[in-house]
Design a protein around this ligand. Structure first.
Ligand SMILES: Nc1nc2c(ncn2[C@@H]2O[C@H](COP(=O)(O)OP(=O)(O)O)[C@@H](O)[C@H]2O)c(=O)[nH]1
Ligand SMILES: Nc1ncnc2c1ncn2[C@@H]1O[C@H](COP(=O)(O)OP(=O)(O)O)[C@@H](O)[C@H]1O
Length: 226
């Protein structure tokens, strides 16, 4: 059996984690787990935990560590024989140490994107709530305005992409991410990418993963085109 590969992607809100993760999952066959997706699922379920999550997400605050680890770690246990990619978890040192107790990551991708680019992108981000499909009115617009390409259902904007919550999220991100980034740097598994365009960063990530996984991407021909 091929060696399992475990990776995480980090970066501030709007840095393109979701967009790049989907390309990685598609090209390299990793299972994709997004903290934001599971949090929104728990909010929609309206459980006691979901109500607590909602109050934090709406204010642009991080959800408490014990809630996050309880949400994410059991899902990884169900994927014991799969390679996976985590998006949005771990976000704090405490989450990273809890994950470290169970799994040794092979690779962590960190995205460094200028603040102004993040602000522009998020004010234009629209989501299909049922599937989590993400659109941007300039970068990847839906075929029909404000409608999901697959289902035709209306698109929405997350409350936490609106300006007040966004500022708070960006400010918190840097402080909280630093010790996590330092931890992965000290383990020799951190790879950072800077830029303002996902399409220019993607070929470098694609090539890094091809080397690290000792494999050609599943859609090598498509993803190599400039
Ligand atoms: N203009 C532009 N928008 C992008 C680019 N990459 C991603 N986006 C959009 O920016 C928004 C944030 O990207 P997303 O992948 O959701 O970021 P995340 O918050 O880090 O997961 C989405 O609306 C994407 O469609 C890019 O290179 N240029
Ligand atoms: N690992 C995490 N720890 C704490 N809170 C989290 C975590 N992941 C997501 N959240 C919460 O969910 C919100 C949305 O997260 P996400 O969908 O990953 O979007 P983004 O990358 O754009 O912040 C965050 O602003 C935060 O409130």
């Amino acid at each position: 059996m091929a060696k399992l590969f475990r990776a995480a992607i980090m970066g501030p809100p709007g840095s393109g984690k979701g967009t790049i993760s989907k390309r990685i999952a598609q090209s390299f066959g990793l299972q994709y787990l997004s903290s934001g997706h599971y949090l929104r699922e728990s909010i929609a379920a309206n459980t006691e935990a979901g109500v607590l999550v909602k109050t934090h997400v709406e204010r642009g605050m991080l959800v408490p560590d014990h809630v996050m680890t309880r949400l994410m770690l059991p899902r990884l246990e169900q994927l014991n024989s799969h390679s996976w990619l985590l998006d949005g978890f771990p976000r704090t040192l405490s989450q990273a140490l809890a994950l470290n107790n169970l799994y040794q990551l092979d690779l962590v991708i960190s995205l460094n994107i200028p603040y102004e680019t993040l602000r522009e992108r998020l004010s234009d981000r629209w989501i299909h709530p049922g599937s989590g499909r993400v659109y941007n009115m300039g970068f990847n617009p839906p075929q029909v305005q404000s409608k999901d390409d697959i289902t035709g259902e209306p698109l929405i904007q997350h409350d936490d992409d609106k300006p007040e919550a966004l500022m708070a999220r960006l400010r918190h991100y840097k402080d909280v991410a630093k010790p996590v980034i330092d931890l992965y740097k000290s383990q020799g598994i951190l790879h950072s990418f800077s830029g303002t365009e996902t399409d220019r960063i993607w070929p470098y990530i694609n090539s890094l993963l091809s080397t690290k996984m000792h494999t050609q991407p599943l859609d090598a021909c498509q993803s190599q085109t400039p």
